[in-house]
Design a protein around this ligand. Structure first.
Ligand SMILES: C[S@@+](CC[C@H](N)C(=O)[O-])C[C@H]1O[C@@H](n2cnc3c(N)ncnc32)[C@H](O)[C@@H]1O
Length: 230
């Protein structure tokens, strides 16, 4: 091969990303476990930075008065949502639910923690009492990631989501989308979303929320369609 052809081949390789670059990066990122060492103001947040930024963009657009989060863990994400509300001067509330919350959860006047299973009647009643009809609500599902549990959460919490706002189903990247395929973790959030959408045409997958190319929530940013005659 002469020098010119070699050079052209090099340029072509440089300009053409290898196939599956996004999936490869996603897998590399995921299996490095760096997501479990990601902090917001010193608190662990099990999310990737692009998704945290996407929440920021959604909060700015929607200006939710209430964020309901299933799955508190160390409270890093609840604190993040509360601080977003602070920065955006939203006089709102974050309701964060966990069956087995960690000790020393961060205090913030906007956060209410509820202990119990997200799908128990007792917990759902408590949430209902905290949410009044006039408020704009976003729901984030990040607790037990089995299909069965996520689907139950979706059926319960979708009615809290207000028009134009979001039902975010976290960790739909599991079960081979693209991570943990070989492990066979079994149907998870991704499959729950597929099932849910068969009977909930009022929600649509907002692919624009995947613009950072890697999201832990593929097909999981569900927007509730705005009905004009309300
Ligand atoms: C992935 S972690 C949450 C991560 C957190 N949202 C964050 O971004 O850092 C999942 C949490 O869900 C909780 N969990 C598991 N099953 C649950 C259930 N049935 N109801 C409520 N929380 C549950 C676990 O105790 C765990 O703390």
């Amino acid at each position: 091969m002469n020098l010119r052809r070699q050079l052209l081949a090099r340029i072509r390789r440089f300009l053409t990303p290898p196939e599956n670059t996004e999936e490869e990066f996603h897998s590399k990122y995921y299996y490095s476990k760096v997501w479990s060492e990601t902090y917001f103001l010193g608190r662990k947040v099990f999310k990737c930075p692009g998704d945290l930024w996407m929440y920021q963009e959604i909060f700015w657009k929607v200006r939710p008065d209430i964020a309901i989060e299933c799955g508190t863990f160390q409270g890093g994400s609840a604190l993040y949502f509360a601080k977003l509300m602070d920065i955006m001067e939203i006089n709102g509330k974050v309701i964060s639910i966990d069956v087995d919350p960690m000790p020393d959860l961060p205090f913030h006047p906007k956060i209410t923690y509820i202990q119990g299973s997200s799908i128990s009647n007792e917990v759902v009643d408590k949430v209902r009492n905290l949410v009044s009809a006039q408020r704009k609500v976003i729901v984030i599902l990040d607790s037990d990631h089995s299909k069965e549990h996520v689907l139950k959460e979706m059926e319960i919490y979708n009615s809290f989501v207000t028009d134009g706002s979001y039902l975010v189903v976290e960790d739909s990247n599991l079960n081979g989308h693209p991570v943990h395929a070989a492990w066979g973790t079994g149907p998870g959030p991704y499959e729950a979303i597929e099932e849910f959408l068969k009977t909930h045409s009022e929600f649509e997958i907002d692919k624009s929320c995947e613009k950072f190319m890697m999201t832990f929530n593929p097909n999981g940013w569900l927007k509730k369609i705005e009905t004009k005659n309300k």
